[in-house]
Design a binder for this molecule. Structure first.
Ligand code: PLP
Length: 392
């Protein structure tokens, strides 16, 4: 078969590989517990389902949607953005609907990169950043995230020539996989860095609503003066409303940037099912949305604290997650590789966690635990991990 270099040179998707391994162990009759993927175990809330039940029966929602997003969807996003982030966005020119954040992340590099162009990513990071840059024929420049800097990139340490050459830089706070958060000062520096080096920041804010303390409440890069000209911010409904399977999100940015993305996307896909857009729009402003968010935060905070105390008891080293669904944990020093650690854990205890190196070379010697499984499965998972550590 004559597959393209693009496909031949791209490694299989991390979670697809993990899924294959999980299935192979399951086929041996072992009850596998997966704490690998960030897919909430709880259903989409009833108030959202009730809206969808009506919207999907409305024949006005059954045709092709507008490429940019339905006006009422963009209006609702603009109002929510004002309420949540104190940022004014023009719903007609500065907001666009996407088929989940992954749609934006995987296609935005095509807006900026020609073959041979370079793009900066933080390492470790969501694997789709590197893959999509690779698909454009672009070159990846990795900037390491270290624990002692709170997993924020050291912008001053980036080679100025590499920064000048780069066309885009992906950042993601709240961060997957490290669970770190970034404050306004960091985003101010980032916008100044983008202006200085003439690059565009692609700020992935998919976890903007998943945080534990008010002091860590994520902000929007759009709040920083000059950000609309230098940045596109990516948002998702997946994690906010347990809607991973629905496939809806949006991007924000200045008109020029959004128009360029629209040129690409209108040729690639035909937008998001209108019933889903209208449901998502109403969910954002629904009277039950804030209470739901509070309940979800309480659930994950409880899980976070239980997992933290279990891991501490086993002697693991980690920072307490401040946002997102993840624990980013050092592998025991006796393991030279995170892949070997995770494979051993799956083989011996039927427990799936993800190897840190899957998120980039700086993720080696870490593994990621996701909190998105039912409480009893998490408890059982922690017991298996405890047994594994004792029996080693
Ligand atoms: N960005 C990050 C950092 C993620 O972790 C994920 C999913 O896990 C996504 C984007 C994709 O989100 P969506 O479901 O909206 O495509």
């Amino acid at each position: 078969m004559n597959f393209s270099r693009r496909v031949l040179d791209t490694p299989p998707y991390l979670f697809h590989l993990i899924d294959e391994k999980r299935k192979a162990v399951q086929e041996k009759g072992i009850d596998v517990i997966s704490l690998a993927i960030g897919d909430p175990d709880r259903p989409t809330p009833d108030f959202v389902l009730d809206i969808m039940a009506r919207e999907m029966r409305d024949p006005r929602n059954h045709g092709y949607p507008s490429y940019k997003g339905e006006p009422d969807f963009c209006d609702a996003v603009a109002r929510w953005f004002h309420d949540r982030f104190e940022v004014e966005l023009d719903p007609r020119s500065e907001i666009m609907a996407v088929i989940g954040a992954k749609d934006a992340v995987s296609h935005l590099p095509f807006v900026f990169l020609d073959p041979g162009d370079s793009a900066i990513v933080t390492d470790p990071g969501y694997p789709v950043y590197e893959a999509s840059i690779g698909f454009t024929g672009g070159k990846v420049v990795r900037v390491p995230l270290s624990e002692d800097r709170g997993f924020l990139p050291d912008l001053d340490a980036i080679d100025p020539r590499a920064a000048d050459e780069a066309k885009i830089m992906f950042v993601n706070y709240p961060n997957n996989p490290t669970a770190a958060v970034a404050d306004e000062t960091f985003f101010e520096k980032l916008v100044a860095f983008a202006k200085k080096h003439g690059l565009v920041i692609l700020a992935d804010n998919a976890y903007s609503e998943v945080y534990f303390e008010e002091e860590d409440r994520p902000i929007s890069i759009m709040k920083i003066p000059g950000a609309k000209e230098t940045s596109i911010e990516i948002h998702s409904f997946s994690k906010t409303f347990n809607m991973t399977g629905w496939r809806i999100g949006f991007v924000t940015g200045g008109k020029q940037l959004i128009d360029a993305f629209l040129t690409l996307k209108s040729n690639f896909d035909s937008g998001v099912f209108m019933a889903i857009q209208r449901t998502a729009a109403r969910a954002l402003e629904h009277s039950k949305a804030k209470a739901f968010n509070k309940e979800r935060t309480a659930l994950f905070k409880k899980r976070r604290d239980r997992i933290a105390s279990a891991l501490e008891g086993m002697g693991f080293k980690f920072q307490l997650p401040r946002a997102s669904y993840y624990f980013w944990v050092h592998t025991p020093p006796s393991y030279a590789s995170s892949v070997v650690f995770c494979a051993d854990l799956l083989e011996k205890k039927g427990l799936v966690v993800t190897p840190g190196v899957g998120y980039g070379p700086s993720g080696e010697n870490f593994f990621r635990i996701s909190m998105t499984s039912p409480d009893e499965r998490i408890e059982q998972g922690m017991e298996r991990l405890r047994d594994f550590m004792k029996e080693r």
